[in-house]
Write a protein that binds this ligand. Sequence first.
Ligand SMILES: NC(=O)c1ccc[n+]([C@@H]2O[C@H](COP(=O)([O-])OP(=O)(O)OC[C@H]3O[C@@H](n4cnc5c(N)ncnc54)[C@H](O)[C@@H]3O)[C@@H](O)[C@H]2O)c1
Length: 265
Amino acid sequence: MGTLTAEFSGETVIVTGASSGIGRAVAVGFGEAGATVINADVRAEPKDRNADAAAEDTETPTHEVIADETDGRGLYVETDVSDVAEIESVVTAAREFGGVDVMVNNAGIHVNREFLDVTPAEYDRLHAVNARGAFFGTQLAARDMVERDAGGAIVNTASTTSGHAAREHSHYATTKGAVKMLTRSAALELAEHGIRVNAVAPGPIATEITEGWSERAADAVGGGREPPTRAGRPEDLLDAYRYLASEGADYVTGETLWVDGGSHI
Ligand SMILES: NC(=O)c1ccc[n+]([C@@H]2O[C@H](COP(=O)([O-])OP(=O)(O)OC[C@H]3O[C@@H](n4cnc5c(N)ncnc54)[C@H](O)[C@@H]3O)[C@@H](O)[C@H]2O)c1
């Protein structure tokens, strides 16, 4: 089987939630495909970064160059996506590199909670990060694309819980349902500007977010059974993001692509 060749040279890609898990794999993958990657995360560095590398970076803690592991360039901007002003700063940072070509709204959080026990504070925080963060990430990136009359692609991280109920996920699933409808709604209004908006819906993937899940919750997300293939890894999602952001997907918009190893066939 062939591999995807670098097709994002000269493009600027913002990835939110890029410090670990899916976002990290996607950010490195766009870098490998030649893009300049702006990693926007509440953590201003990769989660798995070793202490020596951290020490080298003390002078520029929020702008880490990761070109050594990619063909492109990368920098970290400390960002909380629940704060619209901070998303705006990331878009401004992208302007230094010509503006946003691809926006990946991926930052997300989850806490397992039975429906009857979800508190208003937990509900609000999940919605502020997962749904509101993706909404204004899409809007602000799109404004930059429209102002420059440049077109572009936006790829959001939804979840299979955007379409299937899962135990201990009610407050989370409502954020991901919102991301799915954000994707369709924005796609409709942004098409005339040459901007495509799509989403990837991962099934259960082993990352920090799934650590400590109860077995019942993990089973429920997998549709009540193991994926018929194997357990998912962040790298399994990379080509879905790159495809949806690429010219090859020029006729694809408003779509949510499920990548779940067949858990929900
Ligand atoms: N792992 C799964 O099984 C799974 C399944 C479906 C969807 N998802 C979604 O994938 C996305 C990535 O999750 P992951 O599994 O890689 O988990 P993860 O915890 O490894 O990564 C999430 C990243 O988001 C960052 N983050 C958290 N709050 C933030 C904020 N307010 N602003 C900016 N960054 C913030 C974290 O620091 C972390 O780097 C999330 O949207 C999640 O909901 C994950």
